[in-house]
Design a protein around this ligand. Structure first.
Ligand code: PHE
Ligand code: NA
Length: 509
């Protein structure tokens, strides 16, 4: 390559960018809704286990490999073994591009709702906020329910204009490059986002009925833990929330300087993301509790889906608020838009990095072309059939995209590159010694999770499969303690087995 590879101006810039990618729409509406659906407070157990056993090791992997290879996903994997380059392109080209396109559409809705919050157009509509969002705004409502995927209409003008704005903002930021665009913008976005969220949480806790909402959010339903789908949800949420399996974290880490504390950066990113999600859930549910009380409704009436939460329930709440409703609405939708933009920037940056690592390309041209194509493809989501497509794409991409890429990454790095080699690279680059205390902690945690699986197997029928599963659990516990590197063992065995089981169940559904 002709030019010197760009570098982050500072570690803080890198961490904020990684946190910016991780903290997104998923933290605000996806997490709180998924938690509520999957056992409330009890869901935190599979969630935290998935965070430590799958999430953090894979984050270490993506940061470590990007830093080691100084390249984004396709070229990094190519350098491990040329036969694996396609995995990187699959991650960057298919999964990432797919998510990017619909993610930008949701950001466009958020931008529109910042303006709607100013005059709350849904108050005059028959059917309220629900009819406004699905009907007037999206044009998706018909006499009998929502339009199907092939029930196309023309694009909706408001959404189209907002979508063009979203792509233009993204394009300008990424087009200026890492140092002149992404980093300075993120350094404003992230503190602002955390500040907005603190204001929203405090504000919502003072609303009457907030306590009831928090009970809905967090009161544990332990019986749910016996349902494997809850565990699948936890792992899927971890992938989505940490932006894993896209090649984003690989690309971001490739711009780190030689000496970098990768473990610390990964832990900060993971904890900031989960902390933000749990915290944001407080604001979401406190507000829903208020609304239920004001309208004399139960929780089932106010919690519908992630999308319904943000674009139906919240607008309704805003109109009911006793104090500065407009301001509350503007803050809420601004927080969503900023969280979304800092993630979409990372998606585009990863794509641009992948292309420019491989080919001599002009960044401005690549960004311009990408944003134009993304906008044009995104137009399908601005039609009345858009919302049906959104559901299909989301389901398809999370199962076949992220989780599959995560599985392949773990196998390739574990078995071909070597997990121990990755571990010593990470340790060599920074001062954090994660082999000692952190290693013991991880081993205990993995043993705990395996023991949990053992007890779970009691519910299974006896048979060869169950016998083999029990054997596997015992051998794994032995392996966790006998292997020198916990990271190596989890990449080689634990993560692949967990993800294979998950894929199998997801496909069987
Ligand atoms: N991590 C983002 C979220 O929680 C989702 C995302 C994944 C965004 C990958 C960009 C890239 O919302
Ligand atoms: Na997230």
């Amino acid at each position: 390559m002709s030019e010197q590879r760009e570098q982050w101006q500072s570690t803080a810039g890198f961490i904020m960018a990684a946190v910016g990618s991780a903290v997104g729409l998923g933290n605000i509406w996806r997490f709180s809704y998924v938690t509520y659906e999957n056992g409330g407070g009890a869901f935190l157990i599979p969630y935290v286990l998935a965070l430590f056993i799958v999430g953090i090791p894979l984050l270490l992997l993506e940061f470590g490999i990007g830093h080691y290879m100084k390249a984004s996903a396709p070229v990094s994997l190519f350098r491990i073994d040329r036969r694996f380059q396609w995995v990187g392109w699959w991650a960057v080209g298919f999964t990432m591009f797919g998510i990017l396109i619909y993610y930008c559409v949701v950001i466009a809705w958020c931008l529109s709702f910042i303006f709607f919050a100013l005059y709350q157009p849904w108050t005059g509509v028959e059917g309220g906020a629900n009819a406004f969002f699905f009907g007037e705004f999206l044009g998706a409502a018909t006499e009998d329910g929502l339009r199907g995927p092939f029930d196309l209409t023309g694009p909706n003008l408001t959404v189209l204009v907002a979508l063009a704005a979203v792509w233009a903002i993204n394009g300008v930021i990424v087009g200026r490059g890492l140092r002149a665009g992404v980093e300075p913008v993120i350094r404003v976005f992230i503190p602002l986002l955390f500040l907005l969220m603190i204001v929203l949480v405090v504000w919502s806790l003072f609303l009457p009925g907030a306590g009831q909402g928090l009970t809905w959010y967090l009161s544990p339903d332990w019986a749910k833990l016996a349902d494997w789908r809850v565990w699948v949800e936890a792992i899927t949420q971890i992938f989505f929330t940490l932006s894993l399996g896209f090649g984003i974290m690989i690309a971001y880490a490739s711009y780190l300087p030689e000496r970098s504390n990768i473990t610390r950066n990964a832990l900060i990113t993971a904890f900031a993301d989960s902390g933000f999600a749990i915290f944001a859930g407080v604001a979401v549910f406190a507000t829903l509790g208020f609304m239920a009380q004001a309208q004399g409704q139960g929780v089932e009436d106010v919690v519908t889906s992630g999308i319904g939460l943000a674009f139906v329930a919240y607008p309704q709440v805003i109109s009911e608020l006793p104090f500065l409703p407009t301001m509350f609405g503007v803050l809420f939708f601004s927080a969503l838009a900023i969280a979304g933009l800092s993630s979409s920037i990372s998606l585009i940056q990863a794509f641009v990095s992948a292309l420019s690592d491989k080919y001599e390309v002009d960044r401005t041209k690549v960004v311009g072309t990408l944003c134009t194509i993304g906008f044009l493809l995104g137009m399908v989501f601005t039609t009345g059939a858009g919302i049906a497509w959104l559901d299909i794409v989301d389901h398809f991409l999370t199962s076949y995209g992220l989780v599959l890429v995560g599985l392949l990454e773990a196998l390739i790095v574990g078995w071909v590159f070597g997990g121990e080699r990755l571990g010593s690279h990470i340790e060599g680059a920074g001062s954090f010694r994660f082999s000692s205390h952190y290693g013991t902690f991880m081993r205990l945690l993995m043993t705990g999770a395996l023991a949990f699986t053992w007890f779970g197997l009691h519910q299974a029928e006896d048979g060869l499969g169950t016998f083999l599963a029990r054997l596997f659990v015992l051998l794994s516990i032995a392996g966790v303690w006998l292997q020198r590197s916990w990271l190596d063992y989890s990449l080689k065995v634990i993560i692949p087995v967990a993800l294979l089981g998950l894929l199998d169940r997801a496909l069987a559904q």
